[in-house]
Design a protein around this ligand. Structure first.
Ligand code: PGA
Length: 256
């Protein structure tokens, strides 16, 4: 079964509304030729979502938010809910990014609650999992990603999970310029798919797209995405430069 690759740009806390519009207009022109062969997604900061939503109308680019709270509304100063994100045109929400786990106390349990909120609003999660350097060096990579994956997917059935996107992002590769090798990525991606088979079944696990993230750049993207279980990329730093992001989109392996 051919899975359509998905390349998403995680802008993190970068770009004012004006800067976002400049970037999205550039990217839009550069990625139009991939049409629907590669799913292209941009995740600007909350403030830029409405403007970016307008700027990608009638294009092949989709919109993601970088996080959301699990309650729908209420006295949660500073939080943004999933229905608010659906209203401004998001399709996806990135959940459980390692920066949120590291700096904002995100746990497997809060990731699961957020995924539930995303699904309740008919949005789709991009669920980030990945080990730290100490965990990799301690030989615990597969155990850690299994725990994170199982926690995030708790309470969901296969039909729901089949549409989720999983992003394998080794923490030591994020923003460091030190990407996982394509064989390191493939090993973990294949393991994640096996876990999906045991949580659900093979038909489901074959549908789930698993992105690699962590220092993806134009010069390593094709190699990483050439691997059979690497179905695209979650791109941080390189998504802030239109030409680099477009080059990564074009490097996705497209099966005919
Ligand atoms: P990076 O970030 O591409 O800058 O390493 C990836 C991510 O955090 O999603």
């Amino acid at each position: 079964m051919a899975r359509r690759p998905i390349v998403a740009g995680n802008w993190k806390m970068n770009k004012t509304v004006g800067e976002a519009l400049t970037l999205v207009r550039e990217v839009r022109g550069m990625v139009s030729m991939v049409r629907d062969k590669v799913e292209v997604v941009m995740a600007p900061p909350f403030t830029a979502l409405p403007a970016v939503a307008k700027a990608i109308e009638d294009s092949n680019i989709g919109l993601a938010a970088q996080n959301c709270f699990w309650e729908v509304s209420g006295a949660y100063t500073g939080e943004i809910s999933a229905p608010m994100l659906a209203e401004v045109g998001c399709t996806y929400v990135i959940i459980g990014h390692s920066e949120r786990r590291q700096h904002f106390g995100e746990t497997d349990e809060t990731v699961n609650r957020r995924v539930k909120a995303v699904v309740d609003s008919e949005l789709l999660p991009i669920i980030c999992i990945g080990e730290t350097l100490a965990e990799r060096e301690g030989g615990r990579t597969l155990e850690v990603v299994t725990r994170q994956l199982t926690g995030a997917l708790s309470g969901f059935d296969g039909a729901q999970a089949a549409r989720f996107v999983i992003a394998y992002e080794p923490v030591w590769a994020i923003g460091t310029g030190r990407n996982a090798t394509s064989s390191q990525a493939q090993e973990v991606h294949a393991h994640i798919r096996e876990q999906l088979t045991s949580l659900f079944d093979r038909e489901i696990s074959q549908q789930v797209r698993i992105q690699y993230g962590g220092s993806v750049k134009p010069d390593n993207a094709a190699d990483l995405m050439s691997k059979p279980d690497v179905d695209g990329a979650l791109v941080g730093g390189a998504s802030l430069k239109a030409a680099d992001f477009a080059a990564i989109v074009k490097a996705a392996r497209v099966e005919s």
